[in-house]
Design a protein around this ligand. Structure first.
Ligand SMILES: *Cc1c(COP(=O)(O)O)cnc(C)c1O
Length: 235
């Protein structure tokens, strides 16, 4: 079941890439395991999934201990500063940085463990009040402010689109993130260009890929039987 889901998902990703003239290698599949058991994760690794996404540090711990470095772990949910230490120890990429205070806490913990922590800046392109992330207009200043931290490396941006019955309606929020990245890159050297756009989930990844996503975060399409466990407050 999981293997078949992954196969179909990869087909759909490839088709969206083709449609928009992109290479499937440019879109990383982050398998979101927040509803998955350790057994499910073992299954998914057999399908050559290499990136696992978790929402919360405390939920990821047991899975991380069981699976370890057979996959790269990404933190995709909101991070509290007091969990920065555990997050730095576990995750190769933190998608959800949206405050200077959090960036500072991550930098401090990364320095302690002699690591440079890769991060993404979470942007709220829809302006939905329930979502974390900063308004697009403040991202440039934010990047300036956190560039004083030597132990974090900004790789790009993440956004979560509002839930919508028709995914076409969220296209503008993905497009806004790409335009933000391109606008900021126009002022940076090619060497320092911000590449990553983490956007697109089960409902809307095809639209996100068409708008330039380089990382899709997919849970339900892979672990379909766990569908009913997903609640809104996890976003
Ligand atoms: C749960 C979650 C996902 C995956 O959502 P699905 O609809 O299960 O694909 C992606 N990103 C974030 C931030 C999530 O919380």
């Amino acid at each position: 079941m999981i293997a078949e889901n992954v196969r179909l998902l990869r087909q759909r990703i490839a088709r969206s890439c083709e449609k928009s003239g992109r290479s499937p290698e440019d879109v990383k599949l982050i398998c979101v395991t927040k509803t998955a058991s350790i057994g499910d994760i073992e299954e998914v690794l057999k399908s050559e999934i290499r990136f696992l996404g978790e929402n919360r540090v405390q939920d990821a711990l047991a899975k991380y201990v069981a699976i370890g470095n057979r996959a790269e772990w990404h933190l995709i949910g909101h991070l509290q500063t007091n969990k920065a230490k555990d997050a730095v120890g576990m995750f190769s990429l933190i998608h959800s940085v949206d405050s200077v205070r959090l960036a500072g806490a991550i930098d401090k913990e990364a320095a302690k463990s002699g690591k440079v922590q890769d991060i993404l800046i979470q942007v709220n392109t829809s302006g939905e009040e329930s979502k974390f992330g900063m308004p697009p207009g403040t991202a440039e200043n934010f990047i300036k402010e956190i560039s004083i931290y030597p132990n974090i490396d900004i790789k790009g941006f993440m956004t979560i689109a509002p839930e919508a019955a028709d995914p076409e309606t969220v296209r503008p929020y993905f497009r806004a993130l790409r335009e933000l990245r391109d606008r900021l890159n126009a002022k940076r050297s090619t060497l320092n260009a911000l590449q990553v756009l983490s956007m697109g989930m089960t409902n809307d990844f095809e639209i996100a890929i068409e708008e330039g996503s380089t990382m899709v975060r997919i849970g339900r399409a892979i672990f379909a039987k766990a569908q009913c466990q997903i609640s809104k407050d996890q976003f």
